[in-house]
Ligand binder design. Sequence first.
Ligand code: G6Q
Length: 556
Amino acid sequence: MTKDIAVRTATAANNPAPRLQVWRELEAHFEKIKDLHLRQLFADDPKRGERLSAEALGLHLDYSKNRITDETLSLLTKLAHVSGLQERIDAMFRGEKINLTEKRAVLHTALRAPRNFSVLVDGEDVVPKVHAVLDRMGAFATRVRTGEWKGHTGKRIRNVINVGIGGSDLGPVMAYEALKHYSDRGMTFRFVSNIDSTDLAEAVRELDPAETMFVISSKTFTTLETMTNARSARAWLLAGLGGDEKSVAKHFVAVSTNASEVSKFGIDTANMFEFWDWVGGRYSMSSAIGLSTMVAIGPDNFQAMLSGLHQMDEHFRTTPFEHNLPVLMGLLALWYNDFFGAQTVAVLPYEQYLKRFPAYLQQLTMESNGKHVTVDGKRVAQPTGPIYWGEPGTNGQHSFYQLIHQGTRLVPCDFIAFCQPLNPIGRHHDMLFANVCAQTEALAFGKTLKELKAEDTPEWLAPHRVFEGNRPSNTILAERLTPETLGKLVALYEQSVFTQGAIWNIDSFDQWGVELGKVLAQAIIPELESKADPKLSHDSSTNNLISYYRKSKETV
Ligand code: G6Q
């Protein structure tokens, strides 16, 4: 599809008149209910907790502790309809080039489609290609895991280091940490992303090069950080293995869309795992970028994760908005962002293995929806992309929850919890789960001055101890954290991001905002490294910083 046709499709689906009309209705509705307290909403409807929850694919979403009424939900779903959300969903799954500024299809959903599916990109069914790569990854992962793949000296590989950044790092490291319980504990997995040499130095520390494999993960295979780290990793390996260039083939594999750059680097393309330009970096953990995850947890567990992703994709594609988990979550995030003026969403997993999940979500949500213009290049009319952040519970309770409970800002929260622990010890899990319930209860209902007085709290202290409540939260529950459940959770957030982006009518799949800094850095590197004093022509602040650094370097 050409850009013009694509723009027309997108704007036709987003005919501004009905959208604006519903937006006005929502504004009027917001004025009516903005001060309504969750205490009141629950008192008026004793069954609210059961009524305002949705169940799908083994995930339970309790959204009753949100500052909404039935009318809010019906207006929000109406907004989704008039914004052309369903048309956009269909266009994405059909392989249309909905990433308009990069003229690309957006088909991470094809990466987890079963073999019998068919997804056309420019007339070609991509599902057979996807499965061919998955099969090669499976065979490779099995060879490494069983020790059949030997390093240059004949030793088996025990350490795998993924070298990548952004989308080629955050998904793999999050998935590895999340599914560590299922990983091969006889092996070590590390992740290097930062161009700060400390990252690589610490990752290879105490490792035997003869037992170490590097997975160089880069869609473009030109990214400064990844290629610099890859070259230094190569030097480390050669230094440890007597400088024999032939060793590279046994200790380096590549995941990329760019075969010619892979081969220029010296990696045999027989050891390259391919993906395609219709996979965005932050949506790539289910592509070959997941190779290190697959080596860690094995092909069957990786398949289970893909199945979870696919199930949620299908739920998103086919379920009426009123019962559609990603749509509901997307609409609620938009409600707080655009009507209550909330600037952030806290994601609070009560599961230690999900410790990197908030960091992963930061890229997914903020790189996708941190946009200031619509698909047709006009300034957006509403704030877009809330800031996502978080930490695993219960740690957060002893630090930043104070602000969420008693501060002056509204911070909608997503609590994520599991009914069964992966490492049961004594009463830990009941205590953990009690904290989830207690926090959402305290946030919603708080503690009034009257209640404090009834407890004989001294008058001077009482205001400090008041919890106003009315702080909204979602609670997402699942039985236990499995590869399949992780897949469902990831797709839940991916598609919630899609929902929000579709309503704002923005391109959630480009990331021009990361480009400018990269270009400027390329100009500054030679100014830091040149022997002769460079002629600096930046602003006075940047010039000063460069001079300060150069002076410090001279003293070393
Ligand atoms: C994600 C972005 C970005 C990308 C990195 C790494 O959507 O595109 O985070 O993943 O810049 O890029 P390469 O994989 O090309 O090295």
